[in-house]
Write a protein that binds this ligand. Structure first.
Ligand code: ADP
Ligand code: MG
Length: 315
């Protein structure tokens, strides 16, 4: 068996088999059938070892996270995930590593009824690209926010930032934060539930400030964020002895929570979704007629935000 035969064999072990996959792994193309009256939502994300995950991260969590960040993009469009392709570049065909990596991907894929339908495999520094495909009738976009809309985020921010610290030898980090960093839960179900009320939506990958700025630019508006409303976990507060590092929670990213906007009249509907799903949804500010993002402290003073989020080529 060649190295690649081994890899294909492992990639072909998924239990999840969808009947809209006419031909999956094994031919030149995957052949797929798209449901009538739906659009195809497509998104791709790449994770590079040492950049997006620590070199020492487990193969399982690398697989899990590679898929989670892609499903998170589909979630922010309000799409139902269906298929993924996988471009896998790795230095050697280490059977144990690949087995665990594939287990990480398939655990999440099976949970969301997603099938791996093809990909490509190369030798080189460890890097994983996944393209996710989903179906949507009407997608949520970044461009629909209107002045006066309320801005919401799901669950808590900043936990993944703490999770990374544990890889730098910080033993005070709570395991929930390490898990949030390694295995973020894509908010697919939430995306589907808010789709008919949200005027815009984005998933928080680069940090709230950076990501809300994308909404503002594409919606031609501004945002006023109230820092004392930013939802932080008990573990995050405890780590900082109740003086939490808000800037880090706003700018580190890797949260994969949804940030979305709604018309004020839909507030009760959002509260109901929160109650019914058990997912905390917090109003953190409002869309303004300004052209920028402003952050206010508890005294209603504007706070200067210097570090807006993770930028690959800019520090
Ligand atoms: P080709 O030379 O036509 O690109 P490959 O040998 O690269 O074919 O791939 C053979 C089959 O295995 C194809 O169906 C391809 O989609 C699938 N495949 C290759 N690499 C991966 C991967 N990393 N994940 C999923 N499927 C893969
Ligand atoms: Mg190929």
């Amino acid at each position: 068996m060649t190295e690649f035969d081994l890899i294909y064999k492992l990639l072909n072990t998924q239990s999840q088999q969808r009947n809209d996959v006419l031909t999956g792994i094994g031919d030149d193309c995957a052949i797929l059938s798209v449901p009538e009256n739906h659009s195809l939502a497509v998104s791709m994300d790449t994770l590079v070892a040492g950049v997006h995950f620590p070199e020492s991260a487990s193969a399982y969590s690398v697989g899990y996270k590679s898929l989670a960040v892609n499903l998170s993009d589909l979630a922010s469009a309000g799409a139902t995930p269906a298929w993924i392709t996988l471009s896998l570049t790795m230095p050697a065909a280490d059977e144990d590593w690949i087995k665990e990596f594939v287990r990480g991907i398939f655990t999440l894929a099976d949970e969301y009824n997603v099938q791996l339908i093809g990909g490509d495999t190369c030798k080189g520094s460890l890097s994983i690209s996944i393209q996710a495909h989903g179906f949507v009738k009407k997608a949520m976009l970044r461009s629909g926010a209107k002045a006066g809309n309320l801005i919401y985020v799901s669950e808590t921010l900043g936990d993944a930032a703490l999770g990374l610290k544990s890889y730098h030898g910080d033993s005070a980090v709570d395991t929930t934060c390490i898990r949030q960093f390694n295995e973020p839960e894509p908010r697919v179900k939430l995306g589907l539930l808010i789709n008919n009320v949200a005027t815009s939506c984005i998933d928080i990958s680069d940090g709230l400030i950076s990501d809300i700025t994308h909404i503002c630019k594409q919606s031609l508006c501004g945002a006023d964020i109230y820092l004392n409303k930013i939802p932080l976990s008990a573990a995050y507060r405890q780590y900082y002895n109740n003086k939490p590092d808000i800037m880090q929670a706003l700018s580190f990213g890797d949260d994969y929570e949804l940030c979305f906007t709604i018309d004020k009249s839909n507030k009760q509907h959002i509260d109901k979704i929160s109650r019914e799903t058990g997912i905390n949804l917090t109003c953190i500010g409002t869309i303004s007629t300004q052209s920028n993002v402003r952050c206010f402290n508890q005294y209603n003073e504007v706070v200067d935000i210097t570090k807006r989020g993770f930028e690959h080529f800019n520090g």
